[in-house]
Design a protein around this ligand. Structure first.
Ligand SMILES: Nc1ncnc2c1ncn2[C@@H]1O[C@H](COP(=O)(O)OP(=O)(O)O)[C@@H](O)[C@H]1O
Ligand SMILES: [Mg+2]
Length: 332
C-alpha cells in the first residue's frame, strides 16, 4: 500500500489553515503524523480482513473452529470424521448414502439434521447410534470408537417401534431390562410414564393410544437409560400439526431436565429452527453436509417472530426450496 502524504507543519491557534479558515485547535506536526500512521495501520488491517473473508471455509473447518472456540464449556461429545457409507443394491448398483461426511456434536447441544428424502439423514443417525458401520471414516463418542449400539445413545425410531404385545409400562421397561437393571430400578418406570405426560395409560397397549402418545412412550423408553445422547429419527414425522407442536415442547422440556444432547432428524424447517442450537443441512446423491447454521434465538421461541421467519427463509433457500416445503410435513 502506498503511504499517505505527511503534513509538514500544522498551523497554530489563531493562524489561517490551508483553506483560509481560522484554526481553533492547535495540532502539532507529531500529533497529525501519529494520526496518519493510525489510519495507515487500520487500512492494513482492513486489507488483511478482506483477504481472510475471501477464503472459503469447508464445513469441517467451520465445525472444528466452532468446537475449538467452545471447547471447555461445551466439549465435543460425538465426532464424525470423513464418513462414507455406500449401499449395494445386489445387482452391481450402488448408492452413495453418505460421502465424506464430518460433523461434531457438542455436549448438551441440540442439533437437527435436515434435508430432502434420501440425503442420508437416517444413515448418519444409525451410524452415530452404532447400528451400522461406515466403509470409511471414523465415529467416536467421547473419544471412544462407536462400534455397536449402547444405552449411552438412545434411539427413537420414526414410528416409535413399540412392542405391540407389551403395555406402555412394559415398553418403557425394556430399556432397563436390556441392561439387567429392571428389578433395581422398577419404580422409575412409573416416574417416566408420568414424565412424558402419560399418567393413567401405563397399562394401555400401543393400539389403544394415539400416535403422539406412542412417540412419548418411545422417547421415555430411550430416556429411562439416561443416555448421553438421544438420537431421534423424525419422531414427529407422522403426527398431526397440533400433536407435533405439543411434542416439540415436551422434547424441549426433557432436553432441559436431562441436560441431554439431542440429534434430531427432521424434514420440517420450522421444527428444526424451533428446537435446535444448530441446523445441519444435507443434500442427496451423494449424501453430504452442505451447510451448518447456528440458531442464536433465545428460548422459548416464537414461530412468527421476524428473526424466526428470516432463518426459515434462509434455510429454505439453502435447501433450494424457497416457497415450497421439502416433503409433506405430516400424514394423518
Ligand atoms: N439398507 C439400504 N440398502 C440400500 N440402500 C439404502 C439402504 N438404506 C438407505 N439406502 C439408500 O441410501 C440413501 C439414503 O437413505 P436414508 O439415509 O434413509 O435417507 P433419508 O433418511 O435422508 O431419507 C437413499 O438413496 C436410500 O434409498
Ligand atoms: Mg430417513
Amino acid at each position: 500500500m502506498s503511504s499517505l502524504p505527511r503534513l509538514q507543519e500544522a498551523p497554530g491557534k489563531g493562524q489561517c489553515g490551508p483553506h483560509g479558515q481560522v484554526v481553533e485547535k492547535v495540532e502539532t506536526v507529531e500529533w497529525v503524523s501519529e494520526r496518519v500512521e493510525t489510519v495507515e495501520r487500520v487500512l492494513k488491517q482492513v486489507e488483511t480482513v478482506e483477504q481472510t473473508v475471501g477464503q472459503v471455509e469447508t464445513v469441517e473447518q467451520t465445525s472444528e473452529r466452532a468446537t475449538a472456540v467452545q471447547d471447555g464449556a461445551h466439549p465435543t461429545l460425538i465426532s464424525v470424521k470423513h464418513v462414507s457409507r455406500i449401499y449395494s443394491d445386489g445387482h452391481n448398483g450402488t448408492t452413495h448414502a453418505l460421502d465424506d461426511v464430518s460433523l461434531i456434536v457438542r455436549l448438551g447441544e441440540f442439533v437437527s439434521l435436515i434435508g430432502p428424502s434420501g440425503c442420508g439423514k437416517t444413515t448418519l443417525l444409525r451410524l452415530i447410534a452404532g447400528l451400522d458401520q461406515p466403509q470409511s471414516g471414523t465415529l467416536t463418542m467421547q473419544n471412544q470408537p462407536i462400534t455397536a449400539p449402547s444405552h449411552e445413545r438412545g434411539y427413537v425410531f420414526q414410528q416409535g417401534a413399540l412392542y405391540p404385545w407389551a403395555t406402555v409400562e412394559d415398553n418403557i421397561a425394556t430399556g432397563l431390562k436390556a441392561r439387567g437393571v429392571y428389578h433395581a430400578q422398577k419404580p422409575r418406570v412409573a416416574q417416566f410414564v408420568a414424565l412424558v405426560g402419560l399418567s393413567g395409560f401405563g397399562l394401555a397397549y400401543p393400539h389403544q393410544i394415539s400416535g403422539g402418545m406412542a412417540q412419548r412412550v418411545a422417547i421415555a423408553r430411550a430416556l429411562i437409560n439416561e443416555p448421553k445422547a438421544l438420537l431421534l429419527d423424525e419422531p414427529m414425522g407422522a403426527l398431526d400439526s397440533f400433536t407435533r407442536i405439543e411434542l416439540q415442547d415436551k422434547l424441549l422440556d426433557l432436553w432441559k431436565e436431562f441436560k441431554s444432547t439431542m440429534v434430531l432428524v427432521t424434514h420440517d424447517v420450522d421444527e428444526a429452527i424451533y428446537l435446535s442450537d444448530r441446523v445441519v443441512i444435507m443434500t442427496p446423491r451423494p449424501g453430504r453436509i452442505s451447510e451448518m447454521i447456528d440458531i442464536k434465538l433465545g428460548r422459548p421461541r416464537s414461530r412468527s417472530s421476524p428473526d424466526f421467519l428470516r432463518l426459515r427463509a434462509q434455510i429454505l433457500e439453502k435447501l433450494h426450496l424457497s416457497g415450497s416445503h421439502p416433503e409433506p410435513e405430516f400424514s394423518i
